[in-house]
Design a binder for this molecule. Sequence first.
Ligand SMILES: [Zn+2]
Length: 86
Amino acid sequence: MKLKDIAPCNCAKWGSMHRFGSRDDYYSFVAKIKVLTSTGVMVKVQPPKGENPDCEYYFCNKCRRVWRIAEPDPPFRGYYQQVNVS
Ligand SMILES: [Zn+2]
């Protein structure tokens, strides 16, 4: 296995976030995701079966993980989490 195969890609390096500090934090995070989607590393996908349709879902072409982002709606702080897709 080559080093680049085991190195965490950006999507995983960020790790799960259980809340955003502020709405600005959320927007700057979404901007980072958009950079990856513009380069084709991540693609926006439809909500997997059984998942919350109000979240946004992104598939990472590098590590093949699916992530979901929930927009903050105070007092709810949103999140960024890996989705386990069977
Ligand atoms: Zn990834």
